[in-house]
Design a protein around this ligand. Sequence first.
Ligand code: SAH
Ligand code: SF4
Ligand code: F3S
Length: 489
Amino acid sequence: MENRIAASLKILTESDKEACETVRISENEPSVGKKTLFIESYGCQMNFADSEIVASVMRNAGFATTSDAENADLVFLNTCAIRDNAEQRVRTRLKQLNVYKRKRPGMLIGVLGCMAERLKAKLLEEEKMVDIVTGPDAYRDLPRLVEEAETGQKGVNVFLSREETYADISPVRLNSNGITALISIMRGCDNMCSFCVVPYTRGRERSRDPFSIVKEAQELFDQGYKEVTLLGQNVDSYKWNGSPEGGNEAAFTQINFARLLEMVAQISPELRVRFSTSHPKDITDEVLYTIKKYDNICKYIHLPAQHGNNRVLAIMNRTYDREWYLERVDSIRRILGEECGISHDMIAGFCTETEEEHQDSLSLLENVRFDFGYMFSYSERPGTPAAKKFVDDIPADIKQRRLAEIIEIQQRVSAEKNQKLIGTVQRVLAEGFSKRSQDDLSGRSDQNKVVIFPKENFKKGDYVNVLITETTSATLRGKALIEEEVNQY
Ligand code: SAH
Ligand code: SF4
Ligand code: F3S
């Protein structure tokens, strides 16, 4: 039987916030005679990309993926540790899984990812139902750890590597729409933002071989994919020195993020390229000019601000100030035009934040007028510089109120900006049916805005010019235009 790439993955993103959790389940992989694996992913896009590496490693060890957690032989939770509520969700899920495990004692449960790395073997003491604990750099070791666990021994590997990029592992695309895919271009983070646990859970920053990245993107394009998103915690510090495989010393080359973007964009004008995350301190004009040069590099930049006040930015150790951030935004708009989409991350209620300093975050939102934002209240993470140096002294109700004020402004600005798009034509890559109706297709504009339009004779994978007729703060609606009509707008 054809060994089709099909799998299951329940996706809970760190940006989805507690209230709205995205769940995507697709068909099962043919599993006759094989053991079954259920993977559930939490956290950022990098974690979803990692789950695809894990599925590949485990497929080679004889496991087929399933969407049925209750009857799986092996259950992996690929976890996030960024805020306390991300970890609490995992603990609640483990309790549910324990009910299945009591019915089927042979079931093995593994905790992978950032929470596994943060808590290490302690997790085995705290959560007795867990058999395997594996950090983000140890996924090649999973088959051995599973084998050990099958003999009743608990398995832990939380070794963090300085080299591992999984460059040679061909990911099994989980829950894929067949149109958009994630590609990790680097791992880890060398910044020391004082609030952030990522440097401790993901280790040192390292860049993946660019030729393996281009090869993966080319293969995706050959399979019919139309969009790739290049992922790193700080893509602007991507740096690789070497020569292509089999190349001699004369072919030695240095590749930065601008060059990598260009290499991927040159695969085909029909392959859209996105990337995330840009760091305000590192994003260069060279990158912006590369985006400008290629129509297929999306005019959309996620540029986390975190705060609008210089004293708070300094104790967050973001290494830029408000003026620098605003200058970067100005450069984006100068080079790429006003229509380039810009989104942000913002934290409310960081240690010692005063009411006036909070007002500076609000004024930053009013000044920049971002298209979109991911907004959080500060959650102290054990072991981080902020946890060691400062007291988490803003009461929960004040954090919540400040967060609500940030969200309110962002929603209003998003709605206003979207409204301005009424009457414009957006080039949309159709990704599939809209959630509500099989008569509508859903896709994203260049600026990463969700656009819904009547299906007519279009199908997923098509680039469609859509005349925008209605908007909310979250989505745009419109009608597809034919070629001759586009020129009228
Ligand atoms: N590498 C990216 C961010 C990765 S984490 C960057 O540098 O911007 C995603 C977001 O989670 C961060 O941008 C930040 O806004 C938020 N975040 C990280 N740690 C947090 C904490 N302790 N409490 C609340 N939000 C946090
Ligand atoms: Fe965390 Fe800062 Fe690294 Fe982003 S750049 S992952 S916020 S330490
Ligand atoms: Fe969470 Fe780890 Fe990503 S902490 S946000 S899954 S890098």
